[in-house]
Design a protein around this ligand. Structure first.
Ligand SMILES: Cc1cc2nc3c(=O)[nH]c(=O)nc-3n(C[C@H](O)[C@H](O)[C@H](O)COP(=O)(O)OP(=O)(O)OC[C@H]3O[C@@H](n4cnc5c(N)ncnc54)[C@H](O)[C@@H]3O)c2cc1C
Length: 444
């Protein structure tokens, strides 16, 4: 198999890299062993937002603040990073089959969304079903739907938590008034599901023909008892037809409806991952389901030091006769522990070519995972910021701190220096570095 650019990883970073190289006219293939962390996300994109009740910051301001405190962060690799982020976001949203993400440019305040544990979340972009529930818009009464019979969602504690979170946001000046939060009991699922139903199972029930009409009617009955301005559902509004179902409920019941953010694994991540794959299909980029590995002679351990080389091929598939994938350039977008890009076995190594893994600014040797964690689970953990180090072109570095291959680039969670879930930059890094890695690979 031959391509101009081979991308290893079908998550958000790999998808953006592949689309960017394809947009430059290259033949691109994505090689993916399976779904990684991207299929677990809420689909909300944050650039660097952390504390809800801290100073109100635009995406651009949040990135600038993060750079002041985190010198190892991948954003530091990119001069004019906020403009580069804007361009990456524009590119991601411009594709005709792009996921219907809504939200603000990095120059606006982020969306303020409710999560399904009673907290609040800041997002620069979010799936349409979440973005409809932007709490910066004023609402007198918010209803949290209690889908009676679904054991995985505790509406009463979520409503209490949300009420507290909104009061705190109001005291901090994030919103001007805290709405009332009520619970709206909905007797729809009790008749159709059992106690082991997951969020995704529940969502699938609404994709069945005729279900949206019955569901909307049940909501009408519930709202007659407890009218509200904004109705928040746990994320269960279908897997395939979410926005159409929400449109219908809104039109028939004259109420704004949105999904809360959260529940992992759940339908939001599933929808997001499917949308990524639809984007690739639309752009004519094939996805090959296979694990990729390098020939022993191409692995970093056999080569480190000396001149910069050109990688010619990788092996694709675990079977007795793996196929070669030849390309002019390769993008490693293989994620961290969940995706499989970082092997936490000792010695630590990147999973395809065996690049060394760095944490706290140093390459790791045989350290245990425990040595990279702190006792307090709420403190930043070096373990979750471990990854490959790269040069300004996003080429992974060998132990001599030089890129071993001129035509291999890295993107996304695989990069060292950021714990994106803690610093709020996870998806921002994946979009930015995927975009740049795809551009650089296309230029080879
Ligand atoms: C539970 C959870 C919830 C999260 N929620 C959010 C959120 O709401 N918002 C947010 O911004 N971030 C969130 N994050 C973080 C976010 O998911 C990641 O930062 C982002 O998805 C990383 O994308 P990626 O493309 O770099 O990696 P991944 O999505 O992990 O993709 C890695 C890909 O590489 C493939 N791969 C790996 N090794 C090989 C190999 N040898 N051969 C072939 N393929 C290979 C995998 O199969 C996979 O397709 C969350 C993370 C988790 C774990």
């Amino acid at each position: 198999m031959k391509a101009d650019v081979a991308v290893i990883g079908g998550g958000v970073a790999g998808t953006v890299a592949a689309l960017r190289a394809r947009a430059a006219g290259r033949q691109v293939v994505v090689l993916s062993a399976g779904w990684g962390a991207s299929a677990l996300t809420s689909g909300c994109v944050g650039l660097a937002h952390q504390a809800i009740c801290g100073p109100s910051r635009t995406g651009r301001e949040a990135v600038t603040a993060l750079l002041r405190t985190s010198s190892a962060h991948p954003y530091n690799l990119v001069p004019g990073v906020t403009n580069a982020l804007s361009e990456a976001i524009r590119f991601f949203r411009a594709g005709p089959a792009s996921p219907p993400l809504r939200g603000a440019s990095p120059d606006d305040l982020p969306l303020l969304l409710a999560d399904d544990r009673g907290g609040l979340r800041l997002a620069d972009l979010a799936a349409e079903s979440h973005a409809r529930g932007d709490l910066r818009k004023s609402h007198a009464t918010i209803g949290v739907v209690d889908p009676i019979g679904l054991s995985w969602f505790q509406a009463h504690s979520v409503a209490k938590g949300l009420s507290r979170s909104l009061a705190a946001a109001c005291s901090a000046g994030v919103i001007s008034a805290a709405p009332n939060v009520a619970v709206v009991g909905l007797d729809y699922f009790r008749r159709q599901s059992d106690s082991l139903t997951t969020a995704t199972d529940s969502a699938r029930l609404l994709d069945v023909e005729g279900a949206a009409a019955r569901f909307s009617a049940a909501i009408g009955e519930a709202l007659a008892l407890a009218p509200v301005d904004l109705l928040l559902f746990p994320p269960l509004i279908g897997v395939d037809a979410t926005d159409a179902i929400l449109d219908r409920i809104e039109a028939e019941n004259k109420v704004v409806c949105a999904e809360m953010v959260g529940t992992s694994p759940g339908p939001s991540g599933l929808r997001f991952q499917r949308a990524l794959e639809a984007m690739l299909a639309h752009a004519g980029v094939p996805i090959i389901r296979a694990r990729v590995s390098a020939a022993p002679d191409d692995c970093v351990a056999a080569l480190s030091g000396g001149r910069t080389r050109t990688l010619a091929r990788l092996a694709c598939g675990d079977g007795a006769a793996p196929k070669n994938v030849e390309a002019r350039a390769f993008v490693l977008a293989s994620g961290r522990y969940i995706g499989g890009g970082v092997e936490g076995t000792r010695p630590w190594a990147e999973g395809v070519l065996g690049f060394p893994i760095a944490a706290r600014g140093e390459f790791l040797e045989r350290e245990s995972s425990a040595a990279l964690t702190r006792d307090d689970p709420f403190e930043a953990q070096s373990l979750f910021a471990a990854g490959v180090r790269v040069d300004a072109e996003l080429r992974p570095l060998a132990r001599d701190r030089r890129p071993l291959y001129a035509n291999v680039f890295a993107a996304g969670d695989l990069l060292a220096g950021h714990d994106g879930v803690v610093d709020g930059s996870a998806m921002g890094v994946a979009l930015l570095t995927g975009h740049l890695a795809g551009r650089n690979a296309a230029a080879i």
